[in-house]
Structures are given as C-alpha cells and as structure tokens.
Design a protein around this ligand. Structure first.
Ligand code: FAD
Length: 424
C-alpha cells in the first residue's frame, strides 16, 4: 500500500517505521524543517532541547523504536533508580530490584516522612493494587489521594502527577495517574528507573529517523487538505495516518469526519515553560532535583546538564502545568529568584534561554473523551492525544503510532479497508 503519514513527531516516526518494515510504500509529510515534533533539539541550536524530557524504564516501545533505528538507549540515556531528592533533603529513593518491592522498601526507609505517613502511603498503594490500579474515571488525583498524609501528597503525589500528566493534581485524571503508576511498578525490573537524555534530544529519535527515512521524509510540507479516496494535497494514497497535532488533525478532518474532528477540537492544553539558567562552575548535588512549587516558586524540577553530557554550568528548570504563569508573565524571573533562594551557586545564575510551549500537552482531566485511533476506513490518527491509557508522553505517542500502522496493516491484509473505493 501507498501510505501517507502527516506529521513527523514520535508518533509519525513510529507509524512510518512500522509500516515501512511491513513493506508498505510510505511518505512522511512534516511541516517543520526538521522531524521530531515537540521532542527534538531546538532548530539551529542543538545545545538546547525543545523542553527538558524524561523517559522511564517502562517506556518499552519508545526504547524498542530507538533500537530499531540503530540508537543504543544505554548510550544516549542516563539510567537512574527513581529518586526524588529535594535541595538539602535526600527524598524518596527506590533501591534496585523488582520495582514493587523496591517501592515498599524505599517508602519504609524514607526518614523524611513520619512513620504514619509511610504506612499510610503503603496502605493506599496496597488498595490501588488490590483494585487493579483502576478507579472511577470521574475522580481527580487530588480526590483519589485525599486521605494521604500531607507530606506524601506534597513530596510524591503532586510532583509525580505534574511530571507525568502535566496537569495539577486537583484537575488531573486519577485513572490515568494510576495507569502510569501501574506501568512504572509492574513492567519488570528497572521499569520505574528515570532515563535522562545525555545527548541532544534529536539524537534519541528524530535525527536517526531522518537518516533512516531518507527521501521518504518530506520536510517543510504542511498538508493543507485531505480528500476521501485518499488524496493528500491532491496526491493519491491508499491510506493516511494523521500524526500531526490534534489541532491540525481537527482542521484536516472537519469536513471528512465532523464528529471525530469535534472531539479533537475540544481538547484543552497545558503549557510547559523550560527556563535555562547558566552559572559557570556550579553543579547540583544530583543530575535532577525536585523543587517545591509555590506562589512565587514556579519550577517543580531542575536538571544539571553538566552531569548529563551537556554544557557544564547549564541548568534546565521545568515549569509544568504553567497556565497561570504563562497568563501572568514573569515566569523566568520567578524561576531565577527561586533558584537563588533554594540552591547553592558558585557564580550568580543568569537567565540563558526561555522556551514556552503553550500547547505542550493536552490537559489530562477526569473522564476526558479522547479521539479514537480510527477515523474512517483507511484514515487513522496517531499522536499522544489519541484515545489510550497514557497521558501525553513519548510512550503514548509511539504506541499510538504503532497501533495506527498495525490498524492499516490489518485493513490491508483483511478486507482491503484502505482501498480507495472504501471511503467513509
Ligand atoms: C516542553 C515539553 C516537555 C515534555 N516533557 C516530556 C517528558 O518529560 N516525557 C514525556 O514522555 N513526554 C514529554 N513531553 C510530551 C512529548 O513531547 C509528546 O507527548 C510527544 O512528543 C508527542 O509526539 P506526537 O508525535 O504525538 O506529536 P508532535 O510531537 O506534536 O508531532 C506532530 C508533528 O506534526 C507536524 N505537523 C502538524 N501539522 C502538520 C501538517 N498539517 N502537515 C505536516 N506536518 C504537520 C508538526 O510539525 C509535528 O512535527 C513534553 C512535551 C513538551 C512540549
């Protein structure tokens, strides 16, 4: 089959590799001058990533896709056992071994919490486990965790929630949060490990994918129109994967599939601001520290690039769920003040670069209706926003790309669902 893939982010790359390996004739249309979508290095300045990214050991399909493209995850990612150290506090850290046992041991050993808080967390986690990490889809993370001790909510639940769902706990889906916990704790040894990029983000997937795809990747091509049949800006294809953003997918399907388009159009977004500070000669006590967010403290995490294969003296501060800061302004200055207050510096830190992604991820709220993967026979959607158990993550994007490719493949091998005559 001749298949068009619209969008060359991680979802589009996953779909492209899967379809090409299955023998299909693919073309990837990417409107930007480089592939990678939201997860790439800054165009023209690979010293900076388009936002600090973290993977975890449970990102099975992302890691496998990297290997398929000749990338060794162990070479480009620094693997650390899950730990949430705060400035001056060791914080929760999981020992090596089976993640579930490590979680119990790590919680019990965490002297920063009173014993009743540690036991309260283990009891709650036992309850989530007994219920198969499922809950009422209408619950928020804050509601799910309402009975937990305040220290556990402040030091563990809220930072994990904002890091994984990019949505503050009072507005975040408890069901999706539990699914992330389940995969981190039950996908085998190392699944809860943090995998921090130690190469420019584009080297993880986008650049190797560009080399692998060659002329099948058409850069600088913003698809304007899709017609049934299928035609992509007038060019005939047997099937199409829409791996662009939800906003663009909604635009391209407005006439083709109005109901699907309306659901995609209805998604809300949460911004992420990444503030790079520079302070020559400075280093953090760990490659990554958690920070306590507050009214005058926007950042939840800071990364020391000098310990991650990048420029010594460069630090990436991450402000997730940053809607209020984006609305009011002053985020970078507040991060600088937070950094000066909370961390020790060899030389005064200065603001180096500020990246604001207003639509970093969809807002992962309780009971959210997400658009389905299949839009019509032969027309599929792939992307981190497509219906699935994950929040907007690299792994969610990759899995949806693989699923769309497999859906098209099943159509091709079965009832020729993708054939031009089989229109919606
Ligand atoms: C600052 C930031 C930090 C993040 N941190 C993490 C993290 O730590 N861990 C994690 O797992 N995830 C993180 N994410 C989320 C992760 O980056 C995304 O989930 C993932 O990159 C989404 O991939 P995608 O392929 O679904 O979409 P995208 O990356 O948005 O790709 C869509 C592509 O389609 C292209 N396109 C759009 N319209 C058209 C058109 N009409 N024609 C042709 N091309 C088109 C776009 O240019 C883009 O390249 C973060 C995101 C941001 C912004």
């Amino acid at each position: 089959m001749k298949v068009a893939i619209v969008g060359g982010g991680w979802a589009g790359i996953a779909a492209a590799v899967e379809l090409a390996d299955a023998g299909h004739d693919i073309s990837v249309f990417e409107m930007a001058p480089q592939p990678g979508g939201r997860a790439r290095s800054v165009a023209g300045n690979p010293d900076y990533d388009n936002g600090q990214h973290i993977l975890i050991g449970a990102y099975r399909d992302s890691l496998a896709l990297m290997r398929r493209l000749g990338v060794d995850p162990d070479a480009v990612l620094k693997r650390l056992p899950l730990a949430l150290p705060y400035p001056g506090e060791p914080g929760l850290r999981l020992p090596a071994g089976s993640p579930l046992i490590a979680f119990a041991r790590g919680v019990l050993a965490h002297r920063g919490w009173p014993l009743h808080a540690r036991l309260g967390l283990l009891a709650a986690a036992g309850g989530w486990l007994a219920r198969g990490f499922r809950c009422d889809a209408r619950l928020s993370v804050a509601e799910l965790c309402t009975g937990l001790p305040a220290a556990v909510k402040r030091d563990l639940v809220e930072p994990l929630c904002i890091a994984a769902l990019n949505t503050p706990a009072p507005q975040a889906s408890a069901q999706v949060f539990l699914r992330v916990l389940k995969d981190a704790l039950f996908s085998g040894a190392g699944s809860a490990d943090l995998l921090l990029p130690r190469r420019p983000l584009s080297e993880l997937l986008a650049a190797p994918a560009a080399a692998w795809l060659g002329e099948r990747l058409r850069l600088g091509r913003r698809v304007q129109m899709i017609e049934t049949g299928w035609r992509v800006d007038g060019e005939a294809f047997d099937a199409v994967v829409l791996a662009c953003t939800s906003v663009e997918a909604a635009r391209l399907t407005a006439d083709l599939a109005p109901a699907w388009s309306a659901i995609a159009q209805g998604l809300g977004f949460e911004p992420i601001v990444t503030v790079y500070l520079s302070s020559p000669g400075s280093a953090l006590p760990a490659p990554m520290l958690a920070l306590r967010e507050g009214p005058d403290a926007p950042a939840q995490f800071v990364f020391d690039h000098g310990q991650l294969g990048g420029a010594p003296g460069r630090f990436a501060f991450v402000v997730s769920g940053a809607a209020a800061w984006v609305a009011h302004g002053g985020c970078a200055e507040a991060v600088l003040a937070q950094a000066q207050r909370e961390l020790a510096w060899a030389t005064p830190p200065v603001i180096d670069k500020v990246l604001t992604e207003k639509r970093a991820t969809f807002a992962c709220t309780p009971g959210l209706a997400r658009p389905s993967a299949q839009i019509a026979p032969g027309l599929w959607a792939a992307g981190d926003y497509v219906d699935g158990p994950y929040p907007a993550t690299l792994e969610g994007a990759v899995r949806s790309g693989l699923a769309a490719a497999q859906g098209i493949g099943i159509g091709a091998n079965g009832a020729a669902k993708g054939s031009p005559t089989n229109t919606p």
